[in-house]
Design a protein around this ligand. Sequence first.
Ligand code: FES
Length: 162
Amino acid sequence: MSELDLIQTLSHEEIQAIEIEIAHLPDRASAAIDALLIVQEHRGWVSDESLDAIARLLEMSPADLDSIATFYNLIYRKPVGRHVIMVCDSVSCYVMGCDKLCRQMEDKLGVKMGQTTPDDRFTLLPIVCLGACDRAPVMQIDEELIGPVAGDQLDQVLGRFE
Ligand code: FES
């Protein structure tokens, strides 16, 4: 990818925001997660083309950056809906019934875990411990942590996210 391709793939704002992160770090590759999040914030997800451009900017291989993106489950490598629902399936939430909550969410939205509703309103994803085990079962919609969640609250909760 040439410099021109890089500039055509990432916006000036994205490149500038990534360079600001790099300036605080010992090397360019250390900004990997920040850079992925910056591009995701602008585009909703990180395509292969965007990932290649970020890797070039960070002077690392696309394969190395992709493995970081895959490991970090808040980076979306496929398009997502307007709202992302993440249901915790770690131990405390499992004990408190997250399986049932997942099934209820699937029924309510008409999609399976990992899928997006046909109207692009919601993407439903599992996630590891959200660090709010005392509120289990917990889910997060966009930036909002919600829990404990009872099945009869789902309509009211989902209704807040158009
Ligand atoms: S196990 Fe679900 S928030 Fe910790």
